[in-house]
Design a protein around this ligand. Structure first.
Ligand code: PEP
Length: 251
């Protein structure tokens, strides 16, 4: 059975002290609770090590927000999979729409990163999703299919099985405009079908497909009740421990 995964993407928020505070608050909020989902926090690079030490002996896992595709070298400002592994990361978010649109990352580059993550035993959370214009002109499925095909190109079935897919319609990220549970389920079912074509039904049924885009404590339960929505990638609402807790406990 695939697992539910609720991941919090802190983006470029929280200095070191604030990061310590947030993860400590989250630990307190989750203490003694029965969790039906894997919980992942993805702070900024500067906070990874301290957050890892604070989540030790809890069920909270560590993720990073990005990484480069090569092992090491003259790449000022970049970070490698091995470095993330060495501070205890288990997950890495790749292909987030902000990386694609603001930093110009292509599907080909993201594909290299996904391969590099898997080679280093990091679980990639591969983001995909259409813009508002693409949704309105009816090309959602085409866009999502081409992103997923290109980003998973050359991967074995086993590698695809070890990848998490996050469907994040760009028009819903940070806008307060969530896809309806029906809109999200429709795309998730389409993604599951595509993953079935790329692998097989058994493998595709094991892959966690998260929804992301203005998920909050109020809308999480209904979104997560849909058959192909296996978790959430949360931005704004993960920056407060109590709202992130409510999302986690909606599973
Ligand atoms: C995100 O950035 O992945 C995201 C889903 O953000 P928000 O929850 O703020 O829309």
């Amino acid at each position: 059975m695939r697992k539910y995964i609720i991941a919090g993407n802190w983006k470029m928020n929280k200095n070191l002290n604030e990061a310590i505070q947030l993860v400590s608050d989250l630990k307190t909020e989750l203490d003694g609770k029965v969790l039906n989902a894997e919980v992942v926090v993805a702070p900024t690079f500067i906070a990874l090590e301290v957050v890892k030490s604070l989540v030790k002996n809890t069920s909270i896992k560590l993720g990073a927000q990005n990484m480069h595709s090569i092992d090491s070298g003259a790449l000022t400002g970049e970070i490698s999979a091995d470095m993330l592994k060495s501070v205890g990361c288990e997950y890495v978010i790749l292909g987030h729409s902000e990386r694609r649109t603001i930093f110009g990352e292509s599907d080909e580059f993201i594909n290299q990163k996904v391969k590099q993550a898997l080679k280093n035993n990091l679980i990639p959370i591969l983001c995909c999703g259409e813009s508002l214009e693409e949704r309105e002109n009816g090309s959602t499925f085409k866009v999502v299919e081409s992103q997923i095909r290109a980003c998973l190109n050359g991967l074995s079935n086993e590698e695809i099985k070890n990848t998490v897919v996050a469907y994040e319609p760009i028009w819903a990220i940070g806008t307060g405009k969530t896809a309806t549970p029906e809109q999200a389920q429709e795309v998730h079912a389409f993604i599951r079908g595509l993953l079935t074509n790329l692998t097989n039904a058994e493998t595709a049924s094991e892959i966690t497909i998260q929804y992301g885009g203005s998920v909050n404590a109020k809308n999480a339960k209904e979104l997560l009740s849909k058959p192909d929505i296996d978790g959430a990638l949360v931005g704004g609402a993960c920056l407060k421990a109590d709202s992130f807790r409510d999302i986690i406990l909606s599973v």
